[in-house]
Design a protein around this ligand. Structure first.
Ligand code: AMP
Length: 281
């Protein structure tokens, strides 16, 4: 695996592929890699001549400075995992490379209704920062295909919207959520949980799976009360939001619509975790 720390180095590494119009696959990450990230790399390997993974902890998408400071950065372990997964190029830029002259201004764009709910409300400025860095990384890598996890369903929806709106010729490929054996969605933040918090965290996916089982048999208000009750019983974790949303618009659904998604965000101690499940009628 080759490592590029600047856009110029990345251009040099990708030039031969671009010259022969060989497809470039791209997996943007913030590192602290796990099997969820590696599933995206493996998916990218199936259809591209060269796979680029970026690791960049993007300061503009953190609305909480503590969250940014404590974000794990095990770079040597990440490199080993990427090598093993067959990643061809690791793009590892500095903050200065991605935000030259200390200009941390973010793109002002409109995502319709998509950023007016859930993470958009709970983390002000998060999606502006996210799309700013995704756009910068897209411009640097110029991939044909880019891979995003459904774990961050709202992010995936906004990236797809942005690409279509601006006619950017990149295919966005959604990848399924990879879970731990007990059901917890893999996340870089899981490694920040203490053993007690890690045990409790299983409640998040368990609750979502129960909602999925009950979908279509109970009114939405009852499902909401059930979820709130589960976290009240736990007493340690704090529910930030629970929403049942339209899979396209992300607006709350009020009836048992055909296609919906249940999304949740919780604080497990100081650590913020999100998850979701698709609900099919
Ligand atoms: P992150 O490093 O958290 O910014 O995530 C980088 C990419 O990996 C995003 O597209 C995420 O949606 C995806 N991802 C993170 N966790 C998982 C998971 N458990 N399963 C599948 N994809 C994931």
């Amino acid at each position: 695996m080759k490592v590029a720390e600047s856009i110029a180095e990345l251009n040099n590494l990708l030039a031969p592929y671009r010259a022969k119009h060989a497809p470039v696959g791209f997996v943007p990450t913030m590192g602290a890699l796990h099997l969820g990230h590696l599933s995206l790399i493996r998916q990218a390997k199936t259809t591209n001549d060269v796979v680029v993974c970026s690791i960049f902890v993007n300061p503009t998408q953190f609305n909480d400075l503590k969250d940014l400071e404590r974000y794990p950065r095990p770079i040597e372990e990440d490199k080993r995992m990427l090598e093993e997964a067959g990643c061809d190029v690791l793009f590892l830029p500095t903050v200065k490379e991605m935000y030259p002259d200390g200009d941390f201004s973010t793109l002002k764009d409109d995502f319709g209704t998509l950023d007016k709910v859930m993470e958009g409300v709970s983390r002000p400025g998060h999606f502006a920062g996210m799309i700013t860095i995704v756009n910068k990384l897209f411009m640097a890598v110029l991939p044909q295909n880019a891979y995003f996890g459904q774990k961050d369903y709202q992010q995936l929806s906004i990236v797809k919207y942005f690409i279509e709106k601006h006619s950017i010729p990149i295919q966005i490929i959604p990848c399924p959520i990879v879970r731990e054996a007990d059901g917890l969605a893999m996340s870089s933040r899981n490694r920040l949980l203490n053993p007690d918090e890690r045990k409790r965290a299983v409640l998040i996916s368990q609750t979502l799976f129960k909602v999925r089982d009950m979908w279509g048999t109970k009114p939405i208000a009852d499902l909401r009360r059930f979820v709130e009750g589960e976290f009240e019983k736990d007493g340690y974790m704090k529910l930030i939001y629970f929403e049942i949303a339209n899979t396209k618009t992300l607006q709350p659904v009020t009836d048992n619509a055909k296609q919906a998604i249940a999304c949740i965000a919780v604080f497990d101690g100081k650590i913020r975790l999100i998850d979701n499940v698709l609900l099919n009628a």
